[in-house]
Design a protein around this ligand. Structure first.
Ligand code: GAP
Length: 491
């Protein structure tokens, strides 16, 4: 990261803490690495993102229904899904600092450094080699790439590396009273993805909601990964939340559905008014153990283009594995007629296209895209400044701030009446303390799109001043038009 982007990113992290969006977890004990808590405005923003996703997936698609599966699952789930054997990352340790690195992160950091030095060709070459070696699970080749490029540990400054080894990312704990000498008998995992809760409930949902293929099951919830290199604030956490949707399709149609969801999910991002030029697709070379085809939707964070969402064509891998391990059929009877044979398609294990987005990562995307340290030229030639969050109106924690100009003359009463008329429809904020300019700045800093001021003229003609966060323009409107104006922007 360049010094400038590092400074901007640090400012965003400080702002998130200062204004009650994100706090380090258990901060009074110096925090817990890569675990965070969401404050009053953060929890609202997070909920609004989750609700927006949920509504667009379930309410806006008649063939997608919801699910809320438990975090704990039968341990065999993770054997069947392949996570016990395959959910690991190649790691390397520096023998002098004892610091452990994910191999891809170490090489990517070197590539970033080359890019900063203007060595574009070398940057592409090292990333290309890394992709190819990872795809081939060639750890000897990866170690050689690290050695050849003289990659050193950022702490010890040495290239005294161990061999590359695999490290499983699942957290485990004991379940119930420990009744055996072998702790593995009671071992359960904290789910590393929410998707498996959907797979094991596939038939429950299909039958009870009477779904016909193609159909989807959507779920949001916590996931846990013992990330080795947890960094970049809430970008990579050990406890995080996912919003996942598994779309069950007839075998042979997965290619077209993969294409459909790839486009549909990018449209969802853009529907929030986020800039197209900050998005790109990245097709995977190294596929996860379950994937047939996969891509990331990447966004340009302050530290560069990074994955925010994955679209994966998972074939019938998961359902077939659960069928094998549980010895219970995971099949669907398709009575549509196959034009080629003139007969129903009959029984089959459906194929799956998955969309999987991290809620916390989407939160960081929204926050970092919204953050601006704005310089405002004044008429006398000097400059004023403000920190403003240009949050999408739909997602802003507070939609409307209601500000009586003074604490007297009946203005608070009018303001509270307006508040009572609006609060059932959207989140409002009332404040009568401090100069109006100061109050506007506080609302800018938490991204409130509309402020209305009740002044003495309100008493005469029932109008208020509405101030728009992004343009800072103000206009006079009738007090009874305020609610509808805000509602129009959030639906
Ligand atoms: N079910 C498929 C799956 O879990 P993934 O690419 O490993 O796929 C999906 O994760 C999304 O979850 C990522 O695109 C990212 O947004 C989010 N995610 C994954 N690991 C994360 C972590 N450690 N911290 C925050 N978000 C994470």
């Amino acid at each position: 990261m360049s010094t400038q982007t590092e400074t901007t990113f640090q400012s965003i992290i400080s702002h998130a803490k200062e204004y009650g969006f994100v706090f380090p977890s258990s901060e009074i004990y110096d925090g817990l690495s890569a675990v965070y808590d969401y404050g009053p405005y953060g929890s609202e923003l997070k909920k609004n993102i989750r609700d927006y996703w949920w509504k667009s997936m379930t309410q806006m698609h008649e063939n997608i229904v919801g699910l809320d599966a438990a975090i704990f699952m039968h341990p065999t789930t993770w054997k069947a899904s392949g996570h016990v054997d395959n959910f690991s990352d190649p790691m390397i340790d520096n023998k002098d600092s004892n610091k452990r690195y994910r191999v891809d992160h170490l090489i990517e950091a070197k590539a970033e450094q080359l890019a900063l030095e203007g060595k574009k060709e070398e940057e592409f070459a090292i990333l290309k080699s890394m992709d190819e070696l990872l795809a081939a699970d060639d750890y000897v080749g990866l170690k050689k790439l690290i050695d050849d490029n003289k990659i050193v540990c950022s702490i010890s400054g040495t290239a005294n590396w161990t061999e590359i080894r695999q490290f499983n990312l699942m957290f485990s704990t004991e379940f119930g009273a420990i009744s055996s000498d072998n702790p593995d008998d009671n071992k359960v995992y904290l789910r590393p993805e929410t998707a498996q809760g959907i797979f094991v409930n596939f038939l429950n949902v299909q039958k009870t909601a009477r779904m016909k293929i193609p159909f989807g099951i959507a779920q949001t919830g916590k996931a846990f990964r013992n990330e080795i290199v947890a960094r970049q604030f809430i970008f990579r956490m050990r406890e995080f939340e996912q919003m996942e949707m598994q779309f069950f399709v007839r075998p042979g149609t997965e290619g077209e559905w993969y294409k459909f969801w790839k486009e549909e999910r990018l449209k969802w991002h853009l529907s929030l008014g986020l800039p197209t030029e900050k998005y790109r697709y990245h097709d995977h070379v190294k596929l996860a153990h379950y994937a047939k085809e996969a891509c990331d939707i990447e966004f340009e964070f302050p530290f560069g283009f990074k994955e925010v969402e994955g679209i994966h064509s998972r074939s019938d891998f998961d359902l077939t594995q659960h069928q094998t391990y549980s010895k219970k059929k995971q099949q669907y009877f398709d009575n549509d007629i196959d034009e080629a044979t003139g007969k129903p398609y009959g029984n089959y294990v459906p194929y799956v296209v998955e969309t999987s987005i991290g809620l916390d990562r989407m939160f960081l995307l929204i926050l970092s895209n919204a953050y601006e340290e704005e310089v405002i030229p004044k008429e006398d030639g000097t400059n004023d400044s403000r920190v403003v969050l240009h949050l999408p109106t739909k997602l802003a924690p507070i939609k409307l701030a209601i500000l009586p100009l003074t604490k007297k003359d009946g203005l608070p009463e009018i303001a509270k009446e307006l508040m009572d008329g609006c609060r059932a429809y959207f989140h409002c904020f009332y404040e009568e303390k401090d100069a109006i300019g100061k109050r506007y700045r506080r609302q800018d800093a938490i991204g409130t799109p509309f402020c209305v001021t009740i002044d003495h003229q309100t008493k005469e003609d029932n109008t208020v001043t509405i101030r728009y966060r992004d343009s800072m323009q103000q206009e006079r409107i009738a007090i009874d038009k305020v609610k509808d104006l805000v509602l129009k922007e959030i639906f």
